[in-house]
Write a protein that binds this ligand. Structure first.
Ligand code: BES
Ligand code: ZN
Length: 850
């Protein structure tokens, strides 16, 4: 067990380790209750420092033997590691430890999933495998021998030897221990090969449980596309003879980029048309790309310390987004990413968990794999690229790879390559990495004598530990439209560097309509006071697809807020504008499907809160329902035609084209079901031959208060498929009426198939509950309490997943006193549990605040 006393780590305290590691040799003798790990590590004094303290991390290890240069020693051991005296010269450390993978329910270190051994070492899990300087700036080559009876024995790098009961692997690329991986099990491979740009042949294997072979083809194609794309766009070639991917059922995250041996949550890699939705396919393609891209941005160039996490994650998210934009539709990807940013990162940045893209302190690093580090971290790179331009970005990346290959780097190193390539001073830009909070960008307009002036001002609210903010560099992409709808000024990037700054456009014949923050050029809250008529105009005419969508979104948002606060009727400017867009067959169906979306209920609550009002979740729910109903009536004639778009004659393909048609068809069916009480949905369910259509029809039925028979039939049909059964669990909670949500989750948590130790299953039920805004925040407080009960139960078993789910409570200060009292009581109840994990303690302490 680790120290219970919260121990805060600070970026400013970084010091290099006193020793370099030249080589690591590991031998695993696998056994569920007593796996023996033998290590042989070549250390030498680090010439970069005079600090000669020798400390090796180690947790939950039973040390059997330790020796230095062959002589046995007795190190001083604590809960966190060991120390001993060592020679002031190169030496060989040897140790034998025993660990118990079968007892490892936290899914960190070496553990068992359905009888298969696997590992998860990022961020600090390697210390649960053996004693080691478990920090990313210590890089070494690894040679691994696995002794075990399983047919498949895998580790990082290239295979060097194997035989009855053993396999040996060698990874020639120096790497930090967090990229170590081992897999042993009864697995089958879906195999292929890839020839790299320089003509090397790489063996590709996707390893799965017997029975899952039919769900591999899509992932394999995605891998090959990723490999080609990284060669073509970033000039990055793969660097080993094999690339293995393994699917595991018990996994805390989506996937992990271990060198040459990526490990995936089976939900993030296994797919077939019958069992996976279009959204599943798109996510799988993106996550395979993401983990593959880490080979260069993360593995070859890694992080000096965990404060630099965005160096690899922000950049790799940015790269995987570029990949998806290239393969699918760029506007659709951009809109989806912004929806996601607003749903996950904005609440984080605007609440008690707010932290900079590069945090300056933490207690538990696992709590900082956040939407801010990832998604805002990717936005920061997007801004940098927009500011320096595509050519300079490409040059800077080439320099980054050339200069830092094989190193453990910092954000300073990253920004320096851009400074060196462009000659720009990026010190103000760097505030994006150090200042937390979402800047608010206010736009004022003036028009005089043919000159149109935009005055932009920025303000970033105070966040925990950061009361005062300085102005940031905000790239604001702007275009101007003539009153007739033509674009008079193409997109231009204004660089806002001051708190308040004006930009003029002259020589205009008529007052234009400004399209501001095109393509969402910066992660800010935009305050641009446009009339509904101006927004409707942009919805009809904007040439920037993002802002065209945004205009509709803003109209819908304003309409909902008026309904909530003034009991207004749904705005016809919105309904007419939306209908016109939906009628336009020239527009991509996927784009039109996005147009039909509404701001989320949680987003509406945030907006009300920002305007000094107290959001009422039930009122928000009702307004949203009313607007959906009115929209359905308004588009009554159009809906059957739109629904027909999902009826595709061609064989199922999970590509953007077909997926877009199905998305529009599903969105239309959802509206139609409000008018025909589910008749069409029942017919569609009966003949659905892919999961996208099956699930969309079933959702419509449940939403209409029907579908009991279909729900039971769905369960019977898919009882053998754990990933589909996860959907069955989640769907029922997500579609429950607000007053039923907690009870539905409670009932499902008593189901025989509710294996709460499996993170996917736990999240299916309780993640869905937390995301059901009106259900989670129902005035009874039942959901607050139910979630707390389960977090208390899960914490001793799996602290990481528990801590992540605590964020459900992060917005609690937005709501009324009664709700705050109810939530506060649950936070206190969890915090009062004896032996609460460091992960959960840190999250709840920050959420609770002072
Ligand atoms: N390196 C992470 C996985 C990870 C996260 C390990 C947290 C340990 C702690 C991996 O590259 C990753 O970012 N995975 C994401 C998916 C990705 C597409 C953003 C995940 O697992 O959700
Ligand atoms: Zn990642």
């Amino acid at each position: 067990m680790r120290d219970a006393a919260p121990n805060t780590i600070h970026l400013k305290d970084y010091t290099p380790f006193g020793y370099l590691v030249d080589e690591v040799r590991l031998t695993f003798d696998l056994a569920p209750d007593a796996t023996r790990v033998t290590s042989r590590i070549a250390f030498r004094p680090n010439p970069e420092t005079t600090d000669r303290r020798f400390f090796l991390h180690g947790e939950e290890l039973r040390l059997l033997r330790a020796a230095i240069d062959g002589a046995e020693i007795a190190p001083e051991i604590t809960d966190e590691g060991l120390t001993c005296s060592v020679p002031d010269a190169p030496f060989v450390w040897e140790a034998e430890v025993e660990i118990a993978p079968a007892a490892n329910t936290a899914l960190e270190g070496l553990y068992l999933s359905n009888g298969m051994y696997c590992t998860q070492c990022e961020a600090e899990g390697f210390r649960k495998i053996t004693y080691y300087p478990d920090r990313p700036d210590v890089m070494s080559t690894f040679t691994v021998r696995i002794n075990g009876t399983h047919p498949v024995l895998l580790s990082n790098g290239n295979p060097v030897d194997s035989g009855e009961g053993f396999a040996e692997w060698h990874d020639p690329w120096p790497k930090p221990a967090y990229l170590f991986a081992l897999v042993a099990g009864d697995l089958v491979a879906h195999s292929d090969t890839f020839t790299t740009v320089s003509g090397r042949e790489v063996d590709l294997n996707l390893w799965v449980r017997p029975g899952d072979e039919g769900k591999c083809a899509f992932g394999m194609e995605a891998l090959k596309k990723s490999m080609r794309w990284d060669e073509e766009v970033y000039g990055r070639e793969y660097d080993l003879d094999v690339f293995n991917i393994v699917a595991v059922d018990d996994f805390n995250m989506g996937a992990m980029e271990n060198k040459g041996l990526n490990i995936f949550n089976s939900a993030a890699v296994l797919a077939s048309p019958e069992t996976s939705t279009d959204d599943n396919f798109e996510r799988i393609e993106a996550i395979i790309a993401h983990e593959y891209f880490h080979n260069w941005t993360g593995n070859r160039i890694t992080c000096r310390d965990w404060f630099q996490l965005c160096l690899k994650e922000g950049l790799t998210v940015f790269r995987d987004a570029q990949f998806t934009s290239d393969l699918r539709s760029a506007p659709v990807k951009r809109i989806r990413d912004v929806i996601d940013l607003r749903a996950r990162q904005f609440p984080e940045d605007q609440g008690p968990l707010s932290h900079p893209v590069r945090p300056e302190s933490f207690q538990e690093i696992n709590n900082f794999y956040t939407a801010t580090v990832y998604e805002k971290g990717a936005e920061v790179i997007g801004m940098l690229k927009r500011l320096v331009g595509d050519a300079a970005y490409a040059e800077a990346l080439d320099l980054y790879f050339a200069r830092h290959d094989g190193q453990a780097c910092t954000i300073e190193d990253w920004l320096k390559v851009f400074e060196d390539v462009t000659g720009r001073d990026l010190s103000q830009f760097k505030r994006w990495y150090s200042q937390a909070g979402t800047p608010r960008l206010t736009v004022e307009e003036a028009w005089q004598d043919g000159t149109f002036t935009l005055t932009l001002s920025q303000e970033t609210p105070a966040t925990p530990g950061q009361p005062d903010k300085l102005p940031q560099v905000i790239p604001v992409a702007v275009g101007l439209l003539n009153p007739n709808g033509d674009e008079v000024r193409a997109t231009e990037v204004l660089e806002l560097t001051q708190a308040r700054q004006s930009f003029s456009f002259d020589g205009l014949a008529a007052r234009p309509v400004a399209s501001v923050l095109r393509d969402f050029s910066a992660p800010v809250v935009l305050d641009h006071d446009l009339s509904p008529e101006q927004r409707a105009f942009l919805l009809a005419h904007d040439t920037d697809p993002f802002n065209r969508w945004e205009a509709g979104r803003a109209l819908a948002g304003q309409c909902l807020l008026d309904m909530i606060t003034e009991d207004a009727a749904p705005d016809t400017a919105y309904l007419d504008g939306l209908t016109a867009v939906l009628r336009d067959d020239g527009l991509d169906p996927a784009y039109r499907a996005l147009m039909l979306g509404l701001p989320s209920q949680s987003e509406l609550a945030a907006t009300l809160h920002q305007r000094g009002l107290i959001p009422d979740p039930q009122a928000i729910w009702e307004a949203t329902e009313t607007l959906r109903q009115t929209t359905a009536q308004h588009m009554q004639d159009l809906l059957p035609r739109l629904r027909a778009e999902s009826q595709i004659e061609a064989p199922f393909r999970p590509d953007a084209d077909q997926a877009g048609k199905r998305a529009l068809g599903s969105a239309a069916l959802a509206l139609l079901s409000r008018l025909d009480s589910g008749t069409q949905a029942a017919a569609d369910y009966a003949c659905a031959d892919n999961m996208t259509l099956q699930l969309s029809a079933l959702s419509c039925l449940l939403k209409a208060g029907k579908g009991e028979v279909e729900l039971a039939a769905f369960y019977d049909q898919w009882r053998g498929d754990r990933l589909v059964i996860d959907k069955w669990f989640g769907l029922q909670v997500a579609l429950a009426a607000p007053e039923q949500a907690a009870e539905t989750a409670r009932r499902l948590s008593a189901h025989a198939e509710f294996n709460w130790r499996n993170p996917n299953r736990f999240r299916a039920v309780f993640g869905a509950l937390a995301m059901h805004h009106a259900g989670f925040h129902h005035a009874s407080g039942a959901a607050y309490q139910l979630l707390a009960d389960w977090l208390i139960r899960l914490d001793p078993v799996n602290p990481q997943t528990t801590a992540r789910m605590c964020s459900a409570y992060q917005t609690w200060r937005r709501y009324d006193d009664d709700r705050q009292l109810l939530i506060g009581a649950q936070l206190d109840r969890i915090l009062a549990q004896p032996n609460l994990s460091r992960d959960t303690t840190e999250m709840l302490t920050r959420i609770r605040g002072s």
